[in-house]
Design a protein around this ligand. Structure first.
Ligand SMILES: O=C(O)CCC(=O)C(=O)O
Length: 269
């Protein structure tokens, strides 16, 4: 990569230019253009320590309840599905993070819902189910002029090149096909981020976890938010414990976007 000295500040022949007047606008513009950006969640160090502890506790309970053998057989041993529905309330608050939601609101026009929340563990010295190029809406090869889904990968630990932080292909959300091996070799970037950051991706950007060559796990919590026309991976409203939620929080969790069970139910709403 060339040094970026003396970037020109003047232009000509331009009739339209994006404006970015705030930190949110800056990250939103980068996600629209390149497909990725990083923001701080705003948590204090004691809140981050608590998230780290509840992550481990929730994982241990999850393995106990689902069974290690079953999880390994399904290649799910390094994933915790829907922790906001069975773990500490901190997972629910993470999905509704006050620094994150304004960014999602700017990126997805109109209503959106949480499609899924997954704890992700990149284990030391071995591969795992996210260490392969994919889109977060897999098997799809269309592009859209506006984001239809955004993912927000919360870094429980520092993400470093050594512990296999996320690789991505900038702007690949704008092209239908998965790029060639040559393009990947020349254009893949690896994102380093501090614990407490959200790495935000247009869900159609190709990305992959890297190889963790340290001695410690690299833990994250991934969130996928999408327009309400896509069904959730797991029906969150159906299995959510009884917690008090505002009307907006209920909407984001999908309570108001459940399928109708009959024509008369549809008409009565
Ligand atoms: O672990 C990572 O760095 C990537 C996680 C990921 O790709 C995913 O959860 O979809």
């Amino acid at each position: 990569m060339m040094a970026k000295n003396n970037i020109p500040e003047v232009s000509y022949g331009i009739l339209i230019q994006n404006q970015s007047d705030s930190v949110i606008d800056e990250v939103v513009e980068q996600i629209r253009m390149l497909g990725y950006g990083v923001i701080d969640s705003g948590y204090s160090s004691s809140e981050l320590n608590n998230l780290s502890e509840v992550f481990n506790h929730t994982r241990a309970e999850y393995i106990k309840n689902q069974g290690e053998e079953k999880l390994r057989a399904a290649n799910e041993y390094n994933t915790i599905r829907a922790p906001l529905t069975h773990g500490d309330e901190a997972f629910l608050r993470l999905a509704l993070n006050k620094n994150l939601l304004p960014v999602i609101k700017k990126l997805i026009m109109g209503k959106f819902i949480l499609n899924q929340q997954n704890g992700v563990i990149n284990p030391p010295g071995e591969t795992y189910n996210q260490a392969a190029w994919h889109r977060d809406i897999p098997y799809q090869h269309f592009v859209s002029s506006m984001p239809i889904a955004i993912n927000a990968l919360f870094c429980v630990d520092d993400f470093t090149c050594e512990n296999g932080s996320t690789f991505l292909l900038p702007a690949s959300h704008k092209a239908e096909a998965f790029p060639s091996a040559h393009f990947i070799k020349n254009n893949a970037v690896q994102i380093e981020a501090k614990a407490g950051s959200f790495i935000i991706l247009d869900c159609m950007v190709f990305h992959s976890g890297g190889f963790n060559s340290t001695g410690s796990e690299r833990r994250a919590v991934n969130h996928l938010y999408n327009i309400p026309f896509f069904k959730q991976q797991i029906n969150i409203p159906k299995i959510m414990p009884d917690v008090s939620l505002t009307a907006e929080e209920k909407e984001i969790l999908g309570f108001t976007f459940q399928e109708f069970n009959s024509v008369s139910e549809y008409l009565s709403r």
